[in-house]
Ligand binder design. Structure first.
Ligand code: SF4
Length: 482
């Protein structure tokens, strides 16, 4: 085992020089490489500098690799001056060239739809970050957090990016500027700031010296507990983090958390898994943001595969963002109902570790507002009626006190509030079917004499299961029979 393998715990790679045929695999699937780069030696393919130097950056390059109509080419050609394009060969290889709606293509390749803004609702700075900016590049919005825009450079320019206004700035950003120092001074002068989000652009594109400047200075501020590095490098150019010295630099702070950004299960590759593991081994928790996008991940099965895949590589799903109303990204935006529909299909159906918080980032700088399906159905002075993921309605008494609601003849949810029923259970509940099966098999075993009474929690002492366990599925009573 090589030294890197020993440190990351990852087995040697098994590179397949094909594309296609892996969509149905649970991520991480197999490494992929577009035939254009089939003969590139592994040491170059794994070198982030080679990946950056060979990134697809123009419509002229794209037209030779993907199919476009003449109208599309004309439209995206006119967009070149408005939004930057950069797609490293690694990330480009995740695209299915024959699928114009490929989710990786939609995220990275310009689209004529970026010209549309029919309602005029999309803005350059929809979150009004610049208005909450006491010094250039720093947004101080929440009481104990600050966001620093440290660079305008990204490894791949996402078509939906909320900060296009920042990433479209061109120029050299190699040296520490007076504005960089002012951002640090602001954090030093505000002891209420405990969590600093180092963002951009992508801070892992910074030259080492400048990244060290931010890390060292923020780490030295006693009231800063958390330094969050917001980066898509594990997704779009994981080769950058194959460099263990960069992982070690981040780990040396002792305060760094990684905030990464996977949007689709195809992005969860062996390479991405490898660098996430390296970050975790360096003691840095890795959390994920996902942006909900039409055509990319706005269906339940894709989202489940994404969340399961993230858990498999030990990345914690943190936020599911509703797509911001930024200029050029309107075609990605779904209804809020779509987000709620997806959350309904996640909560209860898969591990709570894999459930992100669905948020809308509010206009006028209002910050993140969480949204979720409604689980509180009704309430009285005595109890609430809650709904679970199966659709079961259950009475829940939060306090230990005598009942105050007078009982009267009623039914449905009202009967739960009155306490005459304790739950309404949907027919065909798999959970109740399992219970019934358990009761019936236990009873059969007892009748066969192969199972004694002792220790069988469902037994009422006379060899039969409690009446409630055998009620027809549909309604369970509280035992009084009403
Ligand atoms: S990596 Fe982040 S900052 Fe860069 S283009 Fe993508 S979303 Fe925007």
């Amino acid at each position: 085992m090589s030294e890197v393998e020993e440190r990351t715990g990852l087995a040697p790679r098994n590179l397949h020089h094909t594309i296609g045929g892996v969509e149905d695999e649970e991520p991480p699937g197999k490494p992929r490489r577009h035939p254009l780069w089939r003969d590139v030696p592994d040491h170059q393919w794994d070198d982030w500098r080679w990946q950056s130097q060979n990134a697809i950056r123009s419509v002229r390059q794209l037209r030779g690799l993907l199919s476009f109509t003449p109208e599309e080419l004309e439209a995206i050609g006119s967009l070149e001056t408005e939004y930057k394009t950069a797609i490293p060969p690694y990330y480009f290889s995740l695209i299915h060239p024959d699928d114009p709606n490929d989710p990786i293509r939609l995220q990275s390749v310009p689209s004529p739809l970026e010209q549309a803004n029919p309602s005029g609702y999309e803005l350059e700075d929809p979150l009004e970050e610049d208005k909450d900016s006491p010094v250039p590049g720093l947004t101080h919005r929440y009481p104990d957090r600050a966001l620093l825009v440290t660079t305008h450079v990204c490894t791949m320019y996402c078509r939906f990016c909320t900060r296009k206004r920042a990433t479209m700035v061109r120029g050299g950003w190699d040296s520490v500027s007076r504005n960089d120092e002012r951002m640090i001074e602001y954090v030093q002068d505000h002891p209420e700031i405990r969590d600093v989000i180092v963002s951009g652009g992508d801070p892992l594109t910074l030259p080492t010296g400048k990244l060290r400047f931010f890390l060292d200075n923020l780490t030295a501020i006693p009231h800063v507990d958390v330094i969050r590095i917001g980066t898509r490098v594990p997704v779009t150019l994981p080769q950058k983090l194959f460099d263990q010295s960069l992982v070690d630099l981040l780990a040396s702070s002792g305060k760094v958390w990684i905030q990464t950004h996977f949007n689709h299960p195809s992005e969860i590759t062996p390479e991405a898994a490898r660098v996430c593991m390296a970050l975790l081994k360096g003691g840095m928790p890795v959390n994920n943001h996902t942006v909900l996008m039409k055509g990319v991940n706005d269906d339940l099965e894709t989202m489940r595969r994404l969340m399961r895949g993230l858990l498999r590589i030990k990345v914690r799903p943190y936020y599911l963002f509703h797509c911001d109303p930024v200029i050029g990204a309107g075609h990605f935006r779904t209804s809020v109902w779509k987000g709620l529909e997806i959350m309904e299909g996640l909560r209860g159906h898969m591990s709570g570790l894999g459930i992100p918080t669905y948020v809308v980032d509010s206009p006028h700088g209002g910050g993140k507002i969480p949204l979720m399906p409604n689980y509180l159905v009704s309430a009285s002075d005595d109890a609430v009626v809650l709904r679970n993921f199966e659709g079961m309605l259950v009475r829940y008494q939060a306090e230990d006190k005598a009942q105050t609601v007078q009982q009267t003849r009623t039914r449905g949810v009202s009967s739960l509030l009155q306490g005459t029923k304790s739950a309404l259970i949907p027919e065909n509940s798999e959970r109740m079917a399992r219970r019934q099966l358990h009761v019936l098999t236990s009873r059969a075993a007892e009748e066969d004499g192969t199972h004694g009474h002792n220790g069988h929690s469902g037994c009422n002492g006379n060899g039969h299961a409690p009446v409630e366990d055998l009620l027809p599925l549909g309604v369970l009573t509280n035992g009084c029979g009403r």
